[in-house]
Design a protein around this ligand. Structure first.
Ligand SMILES: Cc1cc2nc3c(=O)[nH]c(=O)nc-3n(C[C@H](O)[C@H](O)[C@H](O)COP(=O)(O)OP(=O)(O)OC[C@H]3O[C@@H](n4cnc5c(N)ncnc54)[C@H](O)[C@@H]3O)c2cc1C
Length: 553
């Protein structure tokens, strides 16, 4: 008798008692992620250390054995020879327009570690050579000839090069690192040239490769200058206290994921100071100049000076652009594309997302696109809103599945400006004039049909993870998303769950297709994504390709 009663009552109770929220996986605590990232960085360091040790040991052993077979066991001169023989490699592997990159297509920033490796071998070789002469052969007993006069500044230059190249200096005092690098490298090369007349055959190619690299770089800048009939004008907009958007019309076409070197001589301390920035957009398909858009996070040097040079929230400056550089990813290889960005890493992800959108709209792969951005403030979405809007309002292919996830990682109300217009360009689209209804809000009301949930299940066709957009209309207004982009957008508070996102994307791929994961952001995010791919790949039948970008060499 109880059984039939229960069968009636339980379903009724199930309908009335709210079921507990499903267990959502939580991201690991920050200290764990940092520890993991440090371990990963240490692994990379050990790999590089192994490479340097193996290369140093190999070259030294070969040269010393060579002297042994020649009848004298000498290490002072062979190690000196090893050091000089590194010169073409060191210089040849550092330039943006280096021969190896031209031949292989590998970007200069990806082979930069080879430059560091040969540089260290050169330093150890020169050190052994100096001590060999000093201790073994009794430097004091030699007359002070030009060999010694040139050896001292050459060694001083090389020591400065090595000491100022440590990662900590490269990251904290980049301009100092660059200045010392150029002056010390020139000093070392010129002094070595006079120190070793018999081995000038190694110095010449180094100087030649460096000149070639700079000549090509100069030609690229000159091309922009001539085609633009003078210096192109950079329009700089202050979008938030620490975010700038720079638009420059350039006469060349670039690929998504590539970058250019920007210089604003009237603003920077040194007129020829150049800084790399990633193209945030894709070039227009029509012939003629395309407006290149760069999004900049303001730091303490050039970017700070640029922000301080603004008269208002928008100003114009003559600029030079050298590029494009970098190794693009061909998104057409994938059935589904997931771009995961953190902070200013959005530039790289956005350009790939826009490229994939353009490809998909032409009926090419990929047909499922997802952009996830971890950003500190919702207001930062304004930096990309116009680009997203332009791309999404013209999507004609109904089979393209699109989803945009905005993860606001610092969601405290104090992080958002109280006045929606504070710090922003008031000409951005979809803002209401005083006293008028905002076209964006009108559109959102229409999309939602008056309710929050209808917006949550809007055109975003990738299955929802259950989290409805928790933004008020005012907050959506602050994000600056236009109607087309807002229709695909989901806003979350807290970091993205990268592994879950990859798993969700893989489950959407039909018939074992290929998923491309592109990530650009802080090292912890890149590591999360790398681990996520490693976790999901064995579970899934799909092929996952991982690409990561970073803003340091
Ligand atoms: C390939 C590449 C693409 C990049 N794309 C972007 C982008 O799209 N948006 C963005 O905000 N930032 C990007 N960056 C980083 C950007 O170049 C630096 O933040 C910028 O140069 C800082 O200038 P600053 O003088 O104000 O910085 P500083 O306060 O002097 O230094 C801040 C940080 O920037 C690094 N840095 C400074 N100058 C350079 C330089 N000439 N080359 C490389 N790193 C430098 C420093 O090592 C330090 O870590 C990119 C970097 C690289 C290498």
């Amino acid at each position: 008798m109880i059984q039939p009663l229960l069968s009636v009552v339980v379903p009724l109770l199930e309908d009335t008692i709210p079921s507990p929220p499903p267990d959502r996986p939580r991201p690991p605590p920050e200290w764990k992620r940092i520890r993991k990232a440090r371990r990963h960085a240490a692994m990379r360091y050990y790999c590089e250390l192994f490479l340097v040790t193996a290369y140093t040991a190999g070259t030294f052993a070969l040269s010393i054995f060579g002297s042994y077979f020649a009848g004298v066991l000498d290490y002072a001169n062979p190690t000196g020879m090893v050091a000089v023989a590194q010169l073409p490699l060191i210089v040849g592997l550092v330039g943006r327009n280096n021969v190896l990159s031209m031949l292989t297509g590998a970007s200069y920033d990806h082979i930069n570690y080879l430059h560091r490796t040969s540089g260290r071998v050169c330093f150890f070789g020169a050190l052994a050579h100096t001590f060999g002469w000093w201790l073994d052969r009794g430097l004091g007993r030699h007359a002070w000839t030009w060999r010694i006069y040139t050896a001292i500044p050459a060694m001083a230059g090389l020591t400065a090069l090595t000491l100022f190249s440590f990662r900590i200096i490269r990251n904290r005092y980049h301009q100092l690192f660059r200045d010392v690098h150029i002056i010390a490298a020139l000093m070392f090369l010129i002094m070595t040239y006079f120190h070793t007349p018999e081995y000038r055959v190694w110095v010449w190619p180094a100087l030649l490769l460096w000149s070639l690299d700079r000549a090509v770089g100069l030609a690229r800048m000159l091309y922009v200058y001539v085609r633009s009939r003078g210096s192109p004008t950079a329009t700089v907009e202050l979008l938030d206290a620490d975010v700038l958007r720079v638009s420059v019309p350039v006469p060349f076409k670039w690929k998504a994921g590539t970058h250019a070197y920007l210089s604003v001589p009237g603003v920077s301390t040194i007129p020829w100071e150049q800084h790399p920035f990633t193209f945030a957009n894709i070039p227009s398909p029509t012939p003629g100049p395309s407006p290149a858009v760069f999004l900049m996070r303001v730091h303490g040097g050039f970017t700070h000076q640029l922000r301080n040079a603004l008269d208002s929230t928008i100003s114009q400056f003559p600029a030079t652009v050298e590029g494009p550089y970098g190794e693009p990813v061909d998104v057409r290889h994938y059935d589904s594309l997931l771009c995961i960005a953190g902070g200013s890493g959005i530039t790289l992800c956005l350009s790939h997302f826009l490229d994939a959108l353009a490809q998909a709209d032409r009926g090419r792969a990929p047909t499922s696109l997802r952009l996830a951005w971890n950003t500190r403030k919702l207001a930062h979405v304004r930096t990309i809103a116009p680009l997203l809007e332009t791309a999404l309002e013209n999507i004609a292919n109904p089979d393209v599945r699109i989803r945009i996830d905005i993860h606001v990682t610092r969601s405290h109300a104090s992080d958002e400006p109280t006045d929606p217009n504070v710090g922003f360009d008031s000409t951005l689209p979809f803002e209401a004039k005083p006293g008028e209804a905002s076209p964006l809000l009108e559109h959102l009301r229409h999309l939602r049909g008056g309710s929050q949930s209808s917006y949550g299940s809007s055109r975003a066709s990738v299955s929802s993870d259950g989290d409805e957009p928790r933004l008020s209309e005012d907050e959506l207004f602050r994000s600056g998303l236009g109607p087309a982009a807002a229709a695909y957008a989901h806003v979350h508070f807290g970091r993205s769950l990268v592994t879950e996102m990859i798993r969700a994307e893989v489950s959407e791929i039909q018939g074992g297709g290929r998923l491309g994961v592109i990530v650009c952001g802080p090292p912890t995010l890149t590591l999360d994504a790398r681990c996520g791919v490693n976790t999901v790949m064995p579970e899934a039948g799909a092929e996952i390709n991982f690409h990561s970008g970073s803003f340091c060499f």
